[in-house]
Design a protein around this ligand. Structure first.
Ligand code: GAL
Length: 685
């Protein structure tokens, strides 16, 4: 197979996760041959294999992966090699129990599963630096290796850390952040409930308390601290690998999980971020919501989150079989066509590399029901045939390499608000409502969208490609972020903000300015009164020029401020009947909208219509709601990916003749897509 540089925008590639340590060596050569024949040109290995390199402290055995890498090289298989720090060995945790994480009540998280360590134990840091240095020094120049994965899924399963080392590191983190106890006491409002600290030693990571609640400002800083811990843990490994790796080999990790600022992680340590995509989590029997209309494609939302961090990105683990640990997460096998659909869902959203999890299903251990492409025996099966088909199609579609996802609509987000929301019940209710509704409405109206991170490196230019930006419920606002958003609107952008905006500072304390605080100027809005919608109040509606919108979950009475602010909608029901519910403020060349509720799906659809962003490709193709439209662009060419998430066929209409990259040839008019079908059209404009 021709060797190309992965993730360099020159190609779209497939790979697979492989565990040579789970199989007899005699199987390796045949496995690699079969993978290559199926179009899988890269394997990821070694992420849980510490004991195979350091079976006892200070004793190193490189032979196992030397043999595997040499074989891979001989076969022409590329390898992503991992640092094994997600699973410290038993000898390590037994000798150094201080390396273990603890739960909030202080009990140790013991050996026997995975990710049982804490990021801040100095001993664990030393042992990790050591194993990474030994691995990188030994394997770094191996010609089969094309990239390095740090650890495995930072913060997966558990994103909270309560060990003694964490408390010590938390104190240092807070000292650096606040400088003095007076400042910390002020920021955390410790005078409330007599929590005032007189010595740094009195401060701990959150612990079990009488009510279960812990000071919310402490909780917010705790999340920032966890993120900081992961970032510094990862950077230590990345810095070591960079000393030894070959030029051009990339450093990555797989995510995404909570309490982690992926922007910072990427900036400091990664060349590219990878994601682990398991769309059937939506069908896990314990979390299955039959009525959720978007359960078949929630993963598109996750992929948009990955794209906000890394462009291009890769999929390190793409679901290829039934899910299930032996004690949880049971979910069905991809149905015929779904494996192709999910592969293309990832690529449509900007993945240039998709690696399936895993080659053959493991016959033992917690994940013996977490199926790979092949079942236990390794016999040829339907899923492998599907992988071969999709890989054949991708070979013929390589012209899409180098294209990037294109959206004219964005949802803004930032880590201060994400971390703060983790323990804020008031916020969670409105945020979830609006986020679910926006995603659903975008899907139904076939609006490609991006998440956009409002971080320090973000500039007004980076926002300018978006005609409309939703920043639904940013409770924490900063002057820097508002300056940027004011520039965006002044230059002609449309910004939509909703209830619960601007009422907190960076410590998560409520502000005393009139609400929406720092957003008052750009939105021309003053909030007079607010409340949750009362349980017996029914639907709270407002009228926007004949269209009904709903203030879901929460409602605020608004009043316009300044000559450019106009009331667009007035409440038509509930306690606030007759009061303004939606204001539009002209600001420079653009407009800022402030809506006093959380957004329901139907309300989101009205926003898309009124703001002129619904169905942006409607003049080219007409799609039913079961189909998602995703668009990648390069040099004036658009690649339109149509993904049918239902098992039933879908009818689509091409209003122009387009090149059909999926089937070959040209297509126009009415087409029938099969259940779980995919289409990729080329459109020049
Ligand atoms: C991922 C993880 C893999 C495997 C897979 C299935 O979260 O990275 O190691 O555990 O899920 O559970």
């Amino acid at each position: 197979m021709e060797t190309r540089k992965l993730l360099s925008r020159q190609s779209i590639d497939l790979g697979v996760c492989y565990y040579p340590e789970h199989w007899e060596r005699s199987l390796w050569a045949e496995d690699l041959d079969r993978m290559l024949a199926a179009g899988l040109g890269t394997v990821r290995v070694a992420e849980f294999a510490w004991s195979l390199i350091e079976p006892r402290e200070g004793e190193y055995t490189y032979e196992f992966f030397d043999s595997f890498l040499d074989l891979a090289q001989e076969k022409g298989m590329q390898v992503i090699f991992c640092t094994p720090t997600a699973t410290p060995p038993a000898w390590l945790t037994e000798k150094y129990p201080q390396t273990l994480n603890r739960d909030r009540e202080g009990h140790p998280i013991c050996h026997g599963s995975r990710r049982h360590y804490n990021y801040n134990s100095p001993v664990y840091r030393r042992l990790c630096r050591n194993i990474v240095e030994k691995s990188a020094a030994h394997y770094g120049k191996h010609p089969a290796i094309v990239g390095w994965q740090l650890d495995n899924e930072f913060n997966c399963e558990n994103d909270l850390f309560y060990s003694e080392s964490d408390t010590l590191a938390f104190r240092r983190f807070l000292q650096a952040r606040y400088g003095s106890l007076e400042e910390l006491n002020r920021a955390w409002g410790t005078v409330f409930w007599n929590q005032t600290y007189t010595d740094w030693q009195e401060i701990y990571v959150p612990r079990k308390t009488n009510t279960g609640s812990v000071n919310p400002h402490q909780e917010l800083d705790f999340r920032r601290f966890i993120s900081d811990s992961v970032c510094s843990f990862a950077k230590e490994q990345a810095d070591i690998i960079r000393k030894y790796k070959k030029e051009g080999d990339f450093i990555t990790t797989n995510g995404m999980f909570g309490n982690l600022d992926y922007q910072r992680l990427s900036r400091e340590s990664l060349d590219v971020l990878m994601y682990d995509s398991y769309p059937d989590f939506a069908y896990c029997l314990d979390g299955y919501h039959e009525k959720d209309p978007m359960k078949d494609r929630w993963w598109s939302r996750n992929l948009a989150q990955v794209r906000a961090v890394s462009s291009p990105f890769g999929i390190m683990e793409q679901q290829s079989g039934a899910n299930g640990w032996n004690d949880r997460m049971e979910a069905p096998s991809p149905r015929p066509g779904q494996l192709t659909l999910w592969t293309m869902q990832s690529i449509a959203h900007g993945a240039d590399y998709v690696s399936y999890f895993r080659w053959r299903t493991c016959t033992f251990g917690t994940e013996m029901y977490w199926h790979g492409i092949l079942d236990y025996s390794g016999r040829e099966n339907r899923r492998l045939r599907e992988v071969k088909q999709v890989s054949g199609k991708l070979q013929r579609m390589q012209e899409i390499a180098g294209s990037v996802y294109r959206a004219r609509v964005g949802i803004l987000q930032d880590y201060d608000n994400l971390f703060d929301a983790a323990v804020d019940k008031w916020h969670q209710r409105v945020e979830k409502k609006s986020q679910d509704a926006l995603f659903t409405a975008f899907q139904r109206a076939h609006v490609p969208f991006d998440f956009v991170c409002l971080e320090n490196h973000c500039t007004a230019e980076s926002l300018s490609p978006y005609e409309v930006l939703f920043y639904p419920h940013a409770s924490i606002l900063t002057k820097e972020r508002m300056d940027l958003l004011e520039q965006y609107v002044a230059a002609g952008g449309k910004l939509v903000m909703c209830c619960r905006t601007g009422y907190k500072d960076l410590s998560g304390r409520c502000v005393t300015e009139y609400l929406p605080g720092l957003a008052a100027r750009v939105t021309g809005t003053d909030i007079q009164e607010y409340s949750f919608v009362a349980p017996d109040e029914g639907k709270v509606t407002a009228d926007w020029d004949g269209a009904e919108i709903e203030a879901a979950v929460f409602r605020e009475v608004l009043s316009p401020v300044g000559e450019q602010a106009h009331v667009l909608a007035v409440y038509t029901s509930g306690d606030y009947r007759g009061a303004p519910a939606l204001i539009c403020n002209s600001f420079g060349k653009g407009q800022a909208y402030y809506f006093g509720g959380a957004i329901s799906t139907d309300t989101a659809a009205v926003f898309l219509q009124k703001l002129g962003i619904a169905d942006p490709w409607g003049s080219v193709l007409e799609l039913p709601p079961s189909c998602e439209l995703a668009v990648r662009e390069k040099e004036g060419v658009s690649y339109l990916f149509v993904l049918n998430y239902l098992p039933q066929p879908a009818k689509i209409v091409l209003k122009q003749e387009l090149e059909d990259l999926w089937e070959g040839g040209r297509a126009a008019g009415c087409l029938e897509m099969e259940g779980y079908g995919v289409k990729v059209f080329r459109s020049e404009h």
